[in-house]
Design a protein around this ligand. Sequence first.
Ligand code: ATP
Length: 855
Amino acid sequence: MKPVRPRNLPKKTPSKPKSTSKDPVQVFCRLRPMQNDSDQTCMTIISPQSIQVSPPDTSANYRAGSAKDVIFSFKKVFDETVGQKEIFETVGLPLVKSLLDGRNGLLFAYGVTGSGKTYTMNGGPQDGGIMPRCLDVLFNSIAHYQAKKYTFKADRMNGFEIQSDVDALQERQQELMRNLESRPPKTPRKNSDPELFCRTPDTTQLEIPCEDNSFAVFVTYVEIYNNSVYDLLEDVPDDFMRQRQAKILREDALKNMYVHGVTEVEVKSPEEAFEAFYKGQKKKRVANTMLNSESSRSHSVFSIRLVQAPLDYHGENVVQEKGGMLISQLSLVDLAGCERTSRTKNSGQRLREAGNINNSLMSLRSCLEILRENQLTGANKMVPYRDSKLTLLFKSYLDGEGEVSMIVCANPSAEDYDETLQVMKFAEMSQEVQIARPVPVRLDLGFTPGRRKANQVFRTAIRQLEEEGINENIPIDVDIVYSLSSDFPSMDILGPEGGKVLTELKAFLQERMKQRTLLGKDLLLRQEQFRAHLAKVEQENILVKQESYTLQAQVDEERRKMHSFTTKLGSVTHQNSTLQRRCEEQEQRISILQQEKADLEMALSQSAIDRQKVKTKYNAKVQLEKEKKCQELERKLEKRSQMLRNQVRERDEMIRRVKQAVKEDIPPSTTSSTSSIVNVTSKSDGGTTQSSSALLKTPSADSRRMGMALRNPRHRRSRSEEGRGRWLDHCPATPVPLSTVFQPNMKKRKSVTKLTDVKDITKGTERYCLTTQEQDTDGELETRLYKGDVVPTCSGGAQVIFSDVELLKQSSPTGNAAGPVTRKRSAHMSGVDVAERCLTAVEGHGKRPYIAPKP
Ligand SMILES: Nc1ncnc2c1ncn2[C@@H]1O[C@H](COP(=O)(O)OP(=O)(O)OP(=O)(O)O)[C@@H](O)[C@H]1O
């Protein structure tokens, strides 16, 4: 029986079904290690999804006074210790899976110059970046399912044609010939890169979605330099490199943008793909700048296109129908780094390049911003894709459908802060742009699944039979067997036994009719079952859809909550770390203060010891000095007393001689006349003592002549001439007449002998004079005038502040002591008597004032 042919394939390329679901642009952030350990950092990872950027004091923001910490959230943040493999598994692997599933993907590395974009995309030989790992995983996965080379051929309009086996074989042979002619066998190719031979491949393998498809991989490599697109795989002799023709961008039938006329190389292994990549890499424009020794001066786009087409019903050859093809593309973009010319100090061509780089990046930013605005607000603003070649090339991803990811590379150094902040803002904003999720078109050609394996098993069996010497033409039939019965019997009626043929035919037909009825019933039954199943599935589908909507809403809600929690967590973690930092600072201060306190205490005890030492030393010195001074004073005292004794002796001698002379010269009647030695001492407030003495010889004749002068007020001593204020003259009851100039001048006065009434002193009295007369040690008369001001007291009394004392000493020229009267009077004129006399006047109440005893 002949196998059932599949139904006819569509002739035209099917129009893609429009996707309704959308996914946001996936943004990842990677920090590169700092160049020097001493460099100041401006970034802190605060959670696996968020990073905090803090302004250093050198930044423009800080100078403008608008500096503040900013937290950015991304799908994932990788710190500087994360290796290339982990980055690939998170960022690149999902894109390779999508590629195998027939979905387009775009990954671009974005960041400031020198932040590690090229490193992340390409990596080094031992530690490959995203691009080589994508190729490794892709080829690991399709290893057993690759179509023969040249089965698919680029049609230069972003599509592919399927060549017949013969054509493909011819091309392969031509290539072989070319290779044989152009180079001796077993030598490395001209463009081979030595790094290729020592690289460590990624061994990850993904499950492919359809084993009955055949795959072919094509790569292109272009750069966008100064807003022109150049093909890096184009065969141009080195001498003509400068005259390379810029390529134009076009839109294909499916509205995908492509580089018209770009060289698309079919590769059968990762190594072949790297050959092509390194060939292009050598042509890529890089330059040495202040910030990166190998700075990309262009945006480079390395695209991997995967073409898959179903195998025919034998599971052997690719179906020769264009409509069965599924083409998916992964574009890996290493953007040139944004840079500030003030930092790179570029000039001339480098400056022009930098300007173009920044312009194209600005266009990318504007496109994403407008897309986002359109999506959020429902506005219909025109997205300026045509402003730059970069955005025009990505138009099919951004405007159409695909899986778009971005890896933001950042150098945490504080020097990059201003640029990094802008990059981070843009990257965070990009996450809000939604891209339609692609729906791959898989045509159901009606072939039996698993035919590739069946074919392989069949071929193996044939080979084994051949090896065993059995050489039979065994047809392969892997279609569904659903026939009425075996083949018709022979219906040739060759003779009279034709009846037998008819009987056989009849039996066959009856059998066939029976089978048909059975099959009809079976069909009906199956139809019923299928309908019931369909209805059930439909119901389930509706339920599942409803559940899915509910779950989706819940997921959205949870996501929103999670986002707000993450943000809160970020800020709380930040606050926590700030507080911890403050705590540490305070603890440090405390320990410093404690240290200072201990130092001060030590210094204090040391100074106390020193002081004690000095004190002991000076005490000893003072003691010594004191003893010296005492001895000296004793010596002086001794000398002085000796001198005074001599003076007293001389005076006594003089008095004795005066007495003797008086006895000899003056008759006894005249001896009663007095000769007074008046010694007046006046003590002022300041305590200084002024004294004057005079020896007044008063012979009776002279005395008579000059006696009046003694009482003449004009000759009073000036110290006693104090006429101001009203005086209270407190004199003894029976004073010894003085008859000398020692007469105080008290114009307004009230004389009392005893103070009995307080009013005497409190009423109108301003000054007070106390007169005392007593005998001195030699028995001579001594008169004292104590003078002072009367000051009222708060209790209504008065106090006397003594300010002056006048002393009159009188001595008898005859050497006789004062008479018995004087002596007697003097006996009760002691200091105590004076105090008692003054008691009432001084305070006006019974409290005794303190009067120092007389020395
Ligand atoms: N994660 C990393 N680990 C180790 N080295 C890194 C890392 N990232 C970057 N580098 C090193 O930093 C230097 C600059 O990196 P790279 O050339 O990738 O920067 P770039 O962003 O591509 O710069 P430009 O935009 O100027 O091209 C390179 O020497 C690279 O090896």
